[in-house]
Design a protein around this ligand. Structure first.
Ligand code: KIV
Ligand code: ZN
Length: 519
């Protein structure tokens, strides 16, 4: 009997590296993807959707290398309903101990119009592509994209076709976050009731969060019989994102009395993954986000504080330790040593190798000299900045001096290293940040448009680091950059340069034919 045939076991399918990476601006590097995949594997995720191999050489290599390295999880690659896509996905995932091909096509009237296929022609396409995938791989997942807006009779027909052609998992995506919990449940019930062979396969639920109901819709689908939840860390994903892994997993744990299902997730790894994904994707977690937000266990009002001190259960439905959050926020300072830093970073989700530890330790000491107390958030900011100087970044900030104050114009003297060669320029602007950005633009000519510039204090105090976020757009491509420093202008320069580096990575990604942005 397979583990998934146990009626109370729900498989967790994580698509942070595929659907999550489709968030505008959330490009991750090859090494970052490998690190996240290893953490997901260790956490007990059942299936990791590692990428979309035909989308770019980089995606292909990431899926292939994750397939080679992963120990426990099924490794899945996405493919459109086209034979070359499926072959490429197989080429990448075949190295896994447990490979899966996930193929999909948009089945709603809107999507049938785009592909210009009649209902019958689409059925034929599904039959041919799923059968082709099944000839390559024993584990095939098929998705009717925009299922929740597909005519019910037609949905039953295409699902039956995919099952007959060999699909072992049928995923029902709410691609545009349009459904609601009762409808989500009814859809799964209907498919289980009407489609021949439905009891032989696993139904999955894949919900987007456009109306803020993704987690509720996913759980409703499980109550109706779905046994695989597709989700991402921090709910990362297109537009408003996907079902958040931490939300469904903790909901099933905390409310097991009314939802008697279990997952194989080690929940104490949740916080580490959340921080890791926030750091590498450049998408900070909103303060009031369920489970992983900074305020999820913070109590402000006197009544709440008093209650929690007497008995935490008065205002907490789970313990911070359940998600791997330390009750005490151990403060690091300039007397802390390497061993303490290594163990602290591990707790924060970063398993540092010796060389990386050496680099981060130097930065930590420099920060501790400038700042009395170094908090978890400072260390996370430090990690992000250590990535900025990684070898793959072609542009790096080497020196910056600004002259600012009440007398205009303000000016910036900047040295950037571009592909290892240093260039210097002085520029003026309306304020120190404007002058700095003008200097960057003089050295790196580009047409990218600055869409967002935001400054946040990482912690309290006048010696706090500032985290600056910059969002650039160019020809429909979006890249975000982030950097932190106790000097806000230095953080601004680094964030701008970080966004430019990411934009270059995006430019290099060659897209396959068709509109990948639509999925
Ligand atoms: O949202 C969606 O429909 C998808 C599919 C590719 C499963 O991400
Ligand atoms: Zn999706």
């Amino acid at each position: 009997m397979s583990e998934s045939s146990h009626q109370d076991r729900v498989l967790i399918f994580d698509t942070t590296l595929r659907d999550g990476e489709q968030s505008p601006g959330a490009t991750m590097t090859h090494d970052e993807k490998l690190e996240i995949a290893a953490m997901l594997d260790e956490m007990g995720v059942d299936i990791i959707e590692a990428g979309f191999p035909i989308a770019s050489e980089g995606d292909f290599e990431a899926v292939r290398d994750i397939a080679k390295l992963s120990k426990n999880a099924v490794i899945c690659g996405l493919a459109r309903a086209q034979l070359p896509d499926i072959d490429r996905a197989w080429e990448a995932v075949q190295h896994a101990a447990r490979p899966r091909i996930h193929t999909f096509i948009g089945t709603s009237p809107l999507h049938r119009d785009i592909t210009a296929l009649t209902q019958d022609e689409m059925v034929e396409r599904i039959e041919a592509t799923v059968a082709h995938a099944r000839n390559l791989c024993d584990d095939v997942q098929w998705s009717p994209m925009d299922a929740t807006r597909t005519e019910r009779d037609y949905l039953c027909r295409v699902v039956e076709t995919a099952i007959r052609a060999g699909a072992t998992t049928i995923n029902i995506p709410d691609t545009v976050g349009y459904t609601a919990p009762r409808e989500s449940a009814k859809l799964i019930e209907m498919l289980l009731e009407r489609v021949p062979g439905a009891d032989e396969i696993i139904f999955a639920t894949h919900c987007h969060n456009d109306l803020g109901m993704a987690t509720a819709n996913a759980l409703a689908a499980v109550e109706a019989g779905a046994r695989q939840i597709e989700c991402t860390i921090n709910g990362l994903g297109e537009r408003a994102g996907n079902t958040a892994l931490e939300e469904v997993v903790m909901a099933l744990k905390v409310r097991n009395d009314i939802m008697p299902f279990r997952t194989g997730i080690d929940t104490t790894k949740i916080m580490g993954l959340s921080r890791k994904v926030a750091t590498v994707s450049g998408f900070p977690v909103q303060f009031n986000k369920a489970i992983v937000g900074k305020n999820a266990f913070a109590h402000e009002s006197g009544i709440h504080q008093d209650g929690v001190l007497k008995n935490a259960e008065t205002f907490e439905i789970m313990r911070p330790a359940d998600i791997g959050l330390n009750a005490t926020n151990l403060v690091m300072g300039k007397h802390s040593g390497r061993a303490a830093l290594r163990s602290k970073m591990k707790e924060l989700g970063f398993d540092l190798g010796d060389n990386q530890l050496k680099d981060v330790f130097v930065r930590f000491k420099a920060l501790a000299d400038r700042k009395k107390e170094v908090y978890d958030d400072d260390l996370l900011a430090l990690m992000r900045d250590s990535d900025l100087d990684a070898e793959h970044d072609r542009i790096q900030v080497k020196f910056l001096r600004v002259i600012c104050g009440t007398e205009a114009p303000q000016s910036a003297d900047l040295i950037l290293s571009v592909d290892g060669v240093e260039h210097r320029v002085t520029a003026q602007g309306d304020g120190p940040v404007d002058a700095t950005f003008a200097a960057v633009k003089q050295l790196i000519e580009h047409d990218a448009h600055l869409e967002l510039y935001q400054v946040h204090a990482v912690t309290g105090g006048t010696d706090a680091q500032a985290t600056v976020s910059v969002r650039l757009s160019e020809d429909g491509k979006i890249a975000t950059g982030q950097a932190s420093d106790t000097d806000t202008v230095v953080a601004s320069a680094k964030a701008y340069v970080n966004a430019l580096n990411r934009l270059m990575v995006r430019r290099e990604k060659t897209k396959p034919e068709g509109n990948l942005a639509a999925i």
